[in-house]
Design a protein around this ligand. Structure first.
Ligand code: FES
Ligand code: FES
Length: 159
């Protein structure tokens, strides 16, 4: 019989991690504090802005509002695991191409939401992109460039 992972064991960006923290600790605090993955941003802390979004098993979730125990045994992908400067994800290339950012604070969460969308719908319409990013706030108003960038990346990733 296979053993269930403990409440503090999860896979982050492909590496299994056993976290020394209360299982009720918000995942965002674990990622930024325990693991030093500071790409996920603290915005509202209340599941209202999307700045802290990460993928859990390919679904975008607000890590500020997700306790550590809820990610146990699952695969968490942060912006650090999406792509690197040397090997950017197609979304990251497209965001650069479209200059789809201003201050950049919201962008990690938006890239994660967009990555989740392209996983489930590789050929999204503009309306689907807007709907998928509906819960990600961008105070700089870069929305139109962001939507263009996601549509550009979709063209690149779809088979
Ligand atoms: S910081 Fe998590 S949704 Fe705003
Ligand atoms: S680019 Fe500044 S909040 Fe979105």
């Amino acid at each position: 019989m296979s053993q269930q992972p403990g409440p503090n064991v999860l896979t982050v960006n492909g590496t299994e991690r056993n976290i020394n923290a209360d299982p009720a600790t918000p995942l965002l605090s674990v990622l930024r504090g325990e693991l030093g993955l500071t790409g996920s941003r603290f915005g509202c802390g209340a599941n209202q802005c999307g700045a802290c979004n990460v993928l859990i098993d390919d679904v975008a979730v607000a890590s500020c509002d997700t306790p550590l125990w809820a990610a146990a045994g699952k695969h968490v992908t942060t912006i650090e695991g999406l792509g690197t400067a040397e090997h950017p994800h197609p979304l990251q290339r497209a965001f650069l191409h479209e200059q789809a950012m201003q201050c950049g604070y919201c962008i990690a969460g938006i890239l994660i939401s967009a990555a989740a969308l392209l996983k489930r719908q590789p050929d999204p319409s503009e309306a689907e992109v807007r709907a998928a990013l509906d819960r990600n706030l961008c105070r700089c108003g870069a929305h139109n460039r962001i939507v263009r960038a996601v549509l550009r990346a979709a063209k690149e990733v779809r088979p």
